[in-house]
Write a protein that binds this ligand. Structure first.
Ligand code: G
Ligand code: G
Ligand code: MN
Ligand code: NA
Length: 254
């Protein structure tokens, strides 16, 4: 309960901050996207990882104001980078299932986009399979609405949800993010390699981008290059880093 009160306060008092993790396109070696990942800069406890407060936020409903804060801050940051002429990449924002199922989700998102003045084609929403399987009809309507204004949609943690592949036919999806549990042992486990390969080929056939998540080692990267995977994300390239650090380390490549 105390943590809930503190988190509510944290959202209002700007104690949350966004870190960013780059996504690399293998064919060009260019960074093409930054994924926004929230942290809580707690006045007493220091930096708290999202795994330690997102589940609580989802339980107590604070995920809605928290998610709005994240989207607004990511949009404002993108606008600042555009004005500064740096880090000209897409911005990916994680949308939790509770947020996606909120009936006002798309209206709230569009409101934030208009207020911040961001061009929505710079935005990607990362949603999970469980988000979209709840109610297929509303999902189609919401995704079509977002897609129409130029937002891209990616499926996060692809391959570990309990869902059919049927939805890929009906929904406007731009990217599949292969869950890092498959990528982890890609260099030593034939089954993981087979599954990763299958997802990559599915992506090519559906004409959607495929991102391998959690790439930590050169041996994984070498295999991913052979598999015709198009993009990667992971500690090998960079962990999620602060705005200061990303401006320092990646601006030179822009
Ligand atoms: O950044 P890190 O790897 O510690 O994130 C851990 C988990 O928290 C991941 O599953 C990630 O998707 C989730 N997460 C991080 N930032 C956000 C956010 O802004 N919104 C939501 N809904 N989840 C987030
Ligand atoms: O669920 P989602 O894909 O949004 O989770 C993003 C989380 O994955 C972030 O918390 C980030 O810190 C973590 N992450 C990013 N790259 C790697 C990696 O190479 N290895 C591991 N173990 N975690 C990673
Ligand atoms: Mn993600
Ligand atoms: Na993921």
């Amino acid at each position: 309960i105390q943590m809930e009160t503190e988190l509510r306060q944290a959202i209002l008092e700007n104690e949350l901050i966004l870190y960013y993790q780059p996504r690399l396109e293998l064919s060009t070696g260019n960074i093409i996207c930054l994924e926004a990942l929230v942290r809580w800069n707690h006045p007493r406890l220091g930096l708290i990882a999202p795994n330690d407060f997102i589940p609580l936020a989802e339980e107590c409903g604070l995920i809605l104001p928290l998610g709005e804060w994240v989207l607004r801050e990511a949009c404002l940051q993108k606008v600042r980078w555009l004005e500064a002429g740096i880090l000209n990449y897409q911005i990916a924002v994680n949308i939790s299932p509770c947020q996606f199922q909120d009936e006002h989700f798309s209206d709230k998102a569009i409101h934030i986009i208009e207020k911040t003045g961001i061009d929505p084609s710079y935005l990607e929403f990362e949603i999970t399979e469980s988000s979209i399987m709840q109610n297929m009809e509303t999902t189609v309507a919401v995704l079509d609405k977002l897609c129409k204004i130029g937002i891209s949609i990616s499926i996060d943690d692809f391959g570990i949800g309990y869902s059919s592949l049927n939805y890929l036919k009906h929904f406007p999806i731009h990217c599949l993010k292969i869950d890092r549990s498959f990528v982890k042992n890609i260099h030593s486990n034939k089954d993981d390699l087979a599954i990763t390969n299958a997802i990559i080929h599915l992506g090519h056939a559906l004409n959607v981008q495929v991102v391998a998540e959690g790439v930590e080692e050169l041996s994984q990267l070498a295999i991913l290059k052979e598999t015709t995977c198009t993009t990667i994300q992971g500690y090998l390239l960079s962990p999620p880093v602060s705005v200061f650090d990303i401006e320092q380390s990646f601006n030179q490549y822009n």
